[in-house]
Design a protein around this ligand. Sequence first.
Ligand code: CS2
Length: 449
Amino acid sequence: MSLSLLARTGHPEWTAAPARIVHLGLGGFFRAHAAWYTAHADDADDWGIVGFSGHSHDLVDRLAGQDGLYTLTTRGNDRDTIEVVPSVVEVHPGTDTAAWRSALASPEVTVVTLTVTEAAYAPGPSSVAARLVDGLVARRRADAGPVTLVPCDNIADNASTLADAIRTTAARLGGVDLGDRAHGEIGRGDVGLVEWIDSSVRVVGTVVDRITPRPTPADEAAAAALGYVDAAPVVTEPFSEWIISGTFAADRPDWESAGAQFVDDLAPYARRKLHLLNGAHSLLAYAGLLRGHTEVANALADDGLADALRAWWDEAAPVVGGADDAQAAYRRALMRRFANPRMHHALAQIAIDGATKLPVRVIPVARAELAAGRSADAAAMILGAWVTYVRREGANLVDARRDEVLAAAVGPLRDATHRLITLLAPDLADHDDFVGVAFDASESRASYP
Ligand code: CS2
């Protein structure tokens, strides 16, 4: 039976919820996270998601072929549970500008969520800000009313990052006759675009967390074995966290009823997640791959890496802050999550886009430690492992900043280490001892105690 049929069988009166959310980025994390919260909210029947891929047509085709439905397998340490998630009601490739503008121009739509990866926030013609402003211009022209943007990516203060990028892009594009520019049929008629955005668009901040490895062919087979013919399965962990802060411009789903938390100050949660989880992930990825490991669980079973991870957590503790017992509990929970051998979380997946991820996850800790007169050795060793990883990957490196990273990685190792740290944080490259520790770690092929 097709998945759609099974979904309808499970919900005899199943009908798609009305399209009231637009989402950009159809990857597994979104489908395990925001789409899952939306599907589990008490008012789920009132909130359908129109999803747009970053660029991929293949995933869109696969989801469209099953009405946007997909199976979500929650993989615990000892068993799986599987469900059909119905919240995605329409899908389009990110290249479908007409559909994007039409969706953003709908007065029914009051929320736009984003999972576009850290790299997509960098300024540029195909940045997430440029795509959003393009859609917001259409919304303004349609007089479709207020809308709230919800960035769901691992960036510290993602609300300000996105809001600033949107205003800068709108100021640059709005009111100026751009002729037939790619993004902008934004021209003289859009004078006052920034003022409209200021009055009609809100951006809220989030901290998002749910480990969601790339699905494997075995995952498709597992879903099929349970009777689900699913061309776009998602596998995730039991743990999930969505912390949101800010004011919505208009209506939104009752995400709290599905477990989302609304807080006044997001910063402590962001520091905890980005440094303790994501920073540790980057450590395990680069040092683990160099030591021949392929997945998080088996890298964690390597005592040298487990010790390095604890040293990183100890070094990050002052930046993360909060009560010692709360941080200790969070660390214990992370160890359990990382150690789940059934999750098959590929280190190579985590290693992608290091030049964008490390400045968020590791550099702030190094900067604070050096400012406090401490050595930041754990941070330096993560960067040293990254340097070695970059030089070993060479032309195979997957990084949005690939060309500049590879250009910096050439030549004698000490010089390359200094250039690569300069690429991430010029101020840290001035600390010779810090660069020296990174160089030593890189020279020793990231061998940990
Ligand atoms: C990972 C994250 O791939 C990566 O960079 O560190 O995707 C991580 O799995 C999520 O942030 C967990 O919430």
